[in-house]
Design a binder for this molecule. Structure first.
Ligand code: C2E
Ligand code: CA
Ligand code: CA
Length: 630
């Protein structure tokens, strides 16, 4: 399973491109900051490099100056005490004793005795060889407040300078290091922050795939490139089947884990040049470039469907995560723009969904027509109630041990003008999606109850209730009002709900079911065994009946697993005290098997097809024994 959302999967090219674009704009904002950091780092580095040597040199010079001043003053004082030597012809030797540096004096010094006007009189040593730079200080030789001569002492600062140079070298290195560190560290942090921000701008944080924005950027670019190079682009839209179910039943973290795993698996089916993006929710998209179309896109779709087929383990729950895939193409001579291409892929994806789970469809212009037809059907459906185009057909429910008809399931029929009868499997999902099912469902309930009042008291009526009818509450109140208005005892009404109804908002649905049960209405779980959480609901609500789906009955002749399921379902319902019902019984052998297994109730063409109310009354009420073969 993919746990690392940071690792970019095959959305990389798009992600990086957008990453670069996002980075560019971030860098523009960061430029003044970068300059400031550089300046501060340079100031700090220069301070480190210059201040210690400079202060070392200045301190050395100050010390030398101090010493020089003291020395010159001392020598001038000593000369003044023997001032007569200046006049005496042999006085020079005496003065030399005073002025020549002592052998122990290690400091190289040049001493001059000058006349008051500055003319040199004597020099020690005679040859001046002090290296540059030098400093000098003069002190007057005073006799009775009169300047009779000057003593000038000169020293070299070469040693200070050499030390200073060494220190400067060391400090320069430290300064350089400091500059690099001070500049690099914040720059690195800034760089990391910018990279992260750019990554976030271009990627989906959950899966690490390219996000919608970078996907769109990439699509536009790839379409332009394909046009320039006369090549093809395929756009695949992928939508997980039953993802909402996983989210609702197992929780959001399981949903997230599923999405990550799906992203991981899908990325394994791609080439490096393909772009995979998560557009949001359970929607993914792939851009495929530089391939022969439509072969490459359909091959990719098939590969993906296979990769996603094995169930995903979500903390012990095996969840199958099939996808529906819609493909749209941009081909030489047939170039829809990006928006049109996305629209086409979406329509193809919708068609794939309609075709069943784990399918792919290539967009064809006729699909637009399908969509048109759907809209037209929805429009007609809106008017159908007012125009009285609906009627109910009743299919007998048979008590298996006695063979008596004990009621009927009301099944909705629509006779669409200009089209004839439309199967409920085609229009009910549409009525559910458009919300029309609430009104239609109410009509079905009222009509079925009205019809049932004409039946003998031992016969009940079963009405299918759609998930949408549970939304917003109020279903129990509606049922109560309908029962009251037809004076039909609640015990004669049975409501059939499928697992999808329970999946919506389980707590609310179960509360409604409990209210209905308090009224005395019986509740049956329809199409039992087709969803993967049917069993879970049995522990949360006490159903009166489970109707095992007709697919099991139909498969039981050749499928040992179907027989095993039929067997275990009846065992389960006996344990829980729930009435077991089998649907879709067409052959006497099926009925016989079910009887031996201990099923209480059956329904199917063997006993009777759904027929309009008057026909039902004529067939099953006058003659209590059902006619086989309907
Ligand atoms: P369902 O509730 O499972 O209804 C049973 C379906 O199985 C009916 O299809 C019925 O005609 C069919 N059937 C019964 N016996 C046999 C048999 O022996 N063999 C075969 N192959 N099929 C048999 P129908 O009438 O086309 O209804 C399809 C689905 O439409 C129903 O499945 C139900 O889910 C939905 N539906 C029908 N009427 C209503 C309604 O008033 N409200 C809602 N919400 N859904 C309805
Ligand atoms: Ca049903
Ligand atoms: Ca059913």
């Amino acid at each position: 399973m993919l746990h690392n959302p940071v690792s970019p999967l095959t959305g990389r090219p798009a992600g990086l491109r957008r990453g670069r674009a996002a980075r560019g704009s971030l860098e523009k904002h960061a430029n003044p900051l970068i300059s400031l950091i550089s300046v501060l780092a340079a100031v700090a580095a220069l301070t480190l490099a210059l201040v210690p040597p400079a202060s070392h040199f200045l301190a050395g010079r100050a010390r030398q100056e101090g010493e020089l001043t003291a020395r010159a003053s001392l020598l001038a004082f000593q000369v003044s005490r023997r001032a007569w030597l200046l006049e005496e012809p042999g006085g020079q030797r005496g003065l030399a004793q005073i002025l020549s540096p002592a052998a122990s004096d290690s400091t190289a010094e040049y001493r001059l005795l000058l006349a008051p006007d500055g003319t040199p009189l004597m020099a020690f040593p005679e040859e001046e060889s002090l290296p540059w730079p030098r400093i000098a200080h003069s002190a007057p030789v005073l006799v009775e407040d009169k300047v009779v001569a000057q003593v000038r002492v000169i020293r070299s600062l070469r040693e200070e300078l050499e030390h200073t140079a060494l220190i400067a070298l060391g400090c320069g290195a430290v300064g350089l290091l400091a500059f690099l560190l001070l500049r690099m560290l914040p720059m690195r942090l800034l760089d990391q922050a910018m990279s992260r921000a750019a990554y976030l701008a271009a990627h989906d944080t959950l899966t690490g795939l390219a996000n919608r924005a970078s996907f769109q950027e990439r699509l536009a670019r790839d379409l332009r490139e394909a046009e320039a190079t006369d090549s093809s682009v395929a756009l695949l839209y992928l939508d997980l089947d039953r993802f909402k179910e996983v989210n609702d039943t197992l929780g959001h973290s399981a949903g997230d884990a599923l999405l990550r795993e799906i992203a991981h698996r899908m990325s394994q089916g791609l080439r490096a040049s393909d772009t995979l993006a998560r557009l949001g929710g359970d929607e993914f998209a792939i851009i495929q470039t530089g391939a022969t179309q439509p072969e490459a896109a359909t091959a990719l779709a098939e590969r993906l469907i296979q990769l996603l087929a094995p169930p995903v383990d979500l903390s012990g729950n095996q969840v199958s995560a099939a996808v529906s895939i819609g493909i749209a193409l941009s081909l030489p001579g047939q170039r829809p723009n990006a928006a049109q291409l996305a629209h086409d892929a979406d329509i193809a994806m919708y068609q794939a969904k309609q075709a069943g789970r784990g399918c792919h469809r290539l967009f064809a212009p006729e699909m637009n027509q399908c969509l048109e037809e759907r809209r037209a059907m929805e429009r007609d459906l809106r008017r159908a109630l007012a125009r009285q185009e609906f009627h109910l057909a009743y299919q007998p429910l048979v008590d298996l041990p006695t063979g008596r008809v004990i009621g009927a399931e009301a099944l909705l029929r629509w006779n669409r003008p200009g089209h004839g009868p439309v199967p409920p499997d085609r229009f009910i999902p549409l009525a559910e999606e458009s919300g029309l099912i609430s009104q239609i469902g109410f009509w079905v309930l009222a009509e079925a109850c009205r019809e049932a009042t004409s039946w003998p008291e031992h016969m009940s009526v079963a009405v299918n209730v759609s998930a949408v009818q549970f939304r917003g509450g109020g279903l129990a109140e509606v049922v109560e009002a309908v029962l009251r208005s037809y004076a039909l005892p609640a015990s004669r009404l049975e409501l059939e709900i499928t697992e999808t109804a329970l999946l919506q908002d389980t707590d609310e649905v179960i509360a409604t079911l409990k209210r209905l049960r308090v009224l005395g209405v019986r509740i049956a779980m329809d199409d039992f065994g087709t969803g993967h959480s049917s069993l879970g609901y049995l522990s949360r609500f006490h159903f009166d009946k489970i109707k095992i789906d007709r697919s099991f009955v139909q498969a039981m002749a050749e499928d040992v697993n179907a027989r095993a399921i039929i067997h275990s379902m009846v065992g389960l319902s006996n344990t829980l005290g729930i009435r077991a019902h089998a649907e879709g019984v067409e052959y006497p052998e099926q009925a016989e098997f079910l009887r031996q297994e201990g099923y209480a109730e059956v329904q199917g063409w063997l006993y009777g097809r759904p027929v309009p109310g008057p026909e039902f009354a004529a067939r099953y009420i006058s003659a209590p024994a059902p006619q086989e073969g309907g």
